[in-house]
Design a protein around this ligand. Structure first.
Ligand SMILES: Cc1cc2nc3c(=O)[nH]c(=O)nc-3n(C[C@H](O)[C@H](O)[C@H](O)COP(=O)(O)OP(=O)(O)OC[C@H]3O[C@@H](n4cnc5c(N)ncnc54)[C@H](O)[C@@H]3O)c2cc1C
Length: 301
């Protein structure tokens, strides 16, 4: 008996079985995920979460997979993917974006409408759900800067809640208690500005990112959070780890903060390299780097 049949028999539910993780994450590697479901509205999400809660199934919410490494042993569970919920709407100086919309598409739209505040976060890959969850940011700007509130399903209570920014603690790549929510949409309050100035700043940021980052290889961006008063990439470079390889994974020579899937790396290669970098940096500098990325599945060897 297929344990997930209770989900698969739901009428109109979009799902895929036995999906290779290489199709789900920007690292483009990893094992087989038993079931991916693609809800189209909050009712469907609540319905699936109820079944998950009642049956004790493993589950994970995935945006664009640009900050996640899935084990090569795969994931025996259900991955909820929000791609089908991607509306962006603007009213005056407020922009509401559904969780599955691409973050950069929302930023571009805001700039084109002459609404400023998000432009420095241009070109961060991923979805709006992922950006809120991670409080993603760049060039001193963060997702939460212009956020007013987000709408989410409280996963345990299975009810929709509106979470105001003022009621939640957040910081650098950190949002307190966010794991208990399935983010549905977010509302940003932006500032009316000159459209051409915003678009030109956006181009400048994109150019800088392309110059600095090894975008020609699969990766999940910076592996580690920025340690206090320093940069992970500076420490990794200082320790002489640029170009270090395990199997097909390599510390980028262009940006030491990135580990790239250089040549058909397994998730295990990437994971082992992350741990090796962490160990070497600690031994040489006394600083324990903390991963920004999320590991899904079994990474014991
Ligand atoms: C080339 C490259 C450059 C990058 N540069 C940056 C950068 O400059 N700054 C930066 O901060 N990050 C950067 N990243 C990392 C990544 O893009 C961000 O963390 C991004 O916000 C993740 O979004 P995602 O949709 O891919 O999330 P995923 O990787 O799919 O998931 C990340 C987390 O968010 C959760 N999540 C996703 N959607 C939802 C939802 N709807 N509800 C609840 N939880 C959800 C997942 O469960 C997971 O815990 C980079 C990545 C790459 C590949």
């Amino acid at each position: 008996m297929d344990k997930y049949s209770i989900i698969k028999k739901k009428s109109n539910l979009i799902f895929r079985e036995k999906v290779p993780s290489s199709e789900l994450t920007t690292y483009k590697t990893g094992g087989i995920v038993e079931l991916c479901v693609y809800p189209v509205n909050k009712e469907e999400i609540i319905d699936i979460l109820r079944i998950i809660n009642e049956n004790g199934f493993n589950y994970f919410i995935l945006g664009e997979g640009s900050n996640v490494l899935i084990s090569e042993k795969g994931f025996d569970g259900i991955i909820l993917i929000c791609k089908n919920m991607d509306k962006i709407s603007i009213l005056e100086n407020q922009m509401e974006v559904e969780c599955g919309a691409l973050w950069d598409k929302a930023v571009e739209k805001a700039c084109q409408c002459g609404l400023g505040g998000l432009e420095d976060t241009s070109f961060i890959p991923g979805s709006v759900g992922g950006a809120i969850r991670m409080n993603a940011g760049a060039f001193g700007s963060e997702t939460f800067d212009c956020l007013s509130f987000f709408n989410a399903i409280n996963i345990r209570r299975l009810r929709e809640e509106k979470i105001e920014k003022k009621d939640i603690k957040y910081g650098y790549r950190f949002v307190d208690g966010i794991e208990k929510y399935f983010i549905l949409s977010a509302v940003f309050t932006l500032e009316k500005k000159d459209k051409l100035t915003l678009l030109s700043r956006r181009e400048e940021i994109i150019k800088k990112r392309k110059e600095k980052q090894p975008l020609e290889y699969p990766s999940a961006g910076s592996v580690f959070k920025r340690p206090k008063n320093d940069y992970a990439s500076r420490l990794i470079d200082f320790c002489g780890l640029k170009g270090l390889r395990i199997g097909g994974a390599m510390v980028s020579t262009k940006h030491a903060g990135f580990i790239i899937n250089y040549d058909r790396a397994t998730a295990g290669d990437i994971y082992r390299l992350i741990m090796k970098v962490k160990k070497e940096v600690f031994e040489k500098t006394g600083i324990m780097l903390e991963e920004e990325q999320i590991f899904l599945g079994d990474f014991t060897f």
